[in-house]
Ligand binder design. Structure first.
Ligand code: ATP
Ligand code: MG
Length: 412
């Protein structure tokens, strides 16, 4: 029996790669303009990093991690990259640099989830993290960057949702209020929500289970609890963020029920949703995490960041056709053909030739499929030292000298 890719993983094929490359190129251009530097951290880390960093009451840590033991060490394939970037920030003493430290990353993440449209077990994220700035300017900068990037890859029809989760003090009362409201129908909720109830009640609001969502509606959950009542400091921070976004002309919707699936957020959280994706409609999630660096053993450092799922972005951007080669050599003389190929590649153009010495008609058919120009190098051409140059878009054909080839290609 033949072996297929593991459930929840996908090959990214040559026919799709141009889209991936375009997204990655736009990201690195736009992030470089905003002075964010790329960082690449390992794909696996000590399991403890995620237990402490992502939070041991989260679905990710409880159910979704790919964990394995090697030499009595427990290691985990990264389910997200903020914890890894924070670990690197601490390990390499980035706090000695004058703030902010602005980093971005891209790469595969691993979560043992139920595969469905927009949800895989190996998926890819692009993300940014910004360390050292307490003011809401940093939150606004990150949201601006996300919105510039999404614009850069040609996406519109997106909604930015924001909320503030406040600090531990603001959340305390809210958690109690939420528990009061949920208690009467707690036993009807899913198992996850029942365990969230004591450990982390806010996350009940992030439940993806349809039955739970129906129960919230039937019981008018959202009418019975308002958003979190913020303390003065958190409230001022949130107001400032909204002012900055207004100044930047970034449209947003306040969603008092937006909580995020990870434990580390404080104050600002946000999501960017597509209005044209199905139920997996969040393309970007992020927020502020002022306690995480300290929790992972560093100095207390304010920070904010976001991550986007590249598969979900790809589902929204139009398919880019594969680039055609500059030239294809049509010839039955492999020695001469290969010499010409080497020459053309050295000049910086892309070119291929027929390795099987097939009939010219076959070679020309192939050329028309994959290249913009054919260069015919038959017996007469070789003997009399010229090339037949054919523009495969217009069909125009002419005899040229090798020296003329590059000036012609330059004009194409
Ligand atoms: P969701 O609510 O869709 O599960 P999340 O809150 O778990 O998302 P984050 O951990 O914040 O997501 O990751 C940020 C982004 O990464 C998401 O908005 C989404 O675009 C993408 N993402 C997360 N999990 C997956 C997955 N299993 N497959 C594909 N993309 C994913
Ligand atoms: Mg999730």
């Amino acid at each position: 029996m033949s072996i297929t890719a593991p459930k929840g993983t996908k090959d990214i094929l040559p026919t799709e790669i141009e889209n991936w490359q375009a997204i990655e190129k736009t990201a690195s251009n736009i992030f470089a303009k905003a002075n964010f530097k790329e960082i690449r951290t390992p794909i696996f880390e000590e399991t403890d990093l995620f237990e402490r960093g992502v939070g041991d009451t989260t679905d990710i840590v409880n159910k979704e991690m790919y964990t394995f033991i090697k030499s009595e060490r427990s290691l985990t394939l990264r389910p997200e990259n903020t914890a890894g970037v924070v670990r690197a920030y601490i390990e390499h003493n980035f706090h000695r640099q004058s703030p902010p430290v602005k980093l971005w990353y891209k790469g595969p993440m691993f979560r043992y989830e139920r595969p469905q449209a927009g949800r895989q077990r190996q998926f890819h994220q692009i993300g940014v993290e910004m360390f050292g700035i307490q003011d809401a300017t940093a939150d606004a900068e990150c949201i601006m960057l996300a919105s510039e990037f999404l614009k850069g890859i040609g996406l519109s029809d997106l909604t930015v949702e924001i909320n503030s989760l406040g600090c531990n003090t603001c959340r305390k009362e809210y958690k109690e209020q939420l528990k009061e409201v949920v208690k009467p129908f707690l036993l009807e909720l899913c198992e996850d929500c029942q365990s969230r109830f004591e450990k982390n009640p806010l996350r009940i609001l992030d439940c993806k289970n349809e039955k739970c969502n129906q129960l919230f509606e039937i019981n008018n959950l959202k009418d019975k609890i308002s958003g979190i009542k913020l303390c003065d400091e958190c409230s001022e921070h949130y107001t400032k963020l909204k002012q900055y976004l207004d100044i930047l002309n970034i449209k947003y919707q306040e969603n008092p029920f937006l909580v995020r699936g990870l434990d580390y957020y404080t104050k600002t959280v946000f999501e960017i949703k597509s209005n044209s994706l199905g139920s997996q409609n969040a393309v970007c999630g992020g927020g502020r995490y002022d306690n995480l660096v300290e929790m992972l053993g560093g100095e207390k450092t304010p920070a904010v960041g976001w991550a986007m799922g590249i598969e979900r972005l790809n589902a929204l951007v139009p398919h880019i056709e594969a680039h055609k080669l500059d030239c294809f050599i049509v010839s039955n003389n492999p020695n001469e053909a290969m010499k010409l190929v080497a020459n053309i590649r050295n000049q910086g153009y892309s070119v291929d030739f027929d390795y099987n010495n097939r009939k010219f008609t076959k070679q020309l058919e192939k050329a028309a499929k994959i290249a913009k120009h054919a260069i015919i190098l038959g017996e007469d051409e070789i003997e009399n030292k010229y090339l037949t140059f054919k523009d495969l878009q217009t069909g125009e054909q002419k005899q040229i000298k090798l020296e003329e080839l590059y000036s012609i290609l330059l004009t194409k």
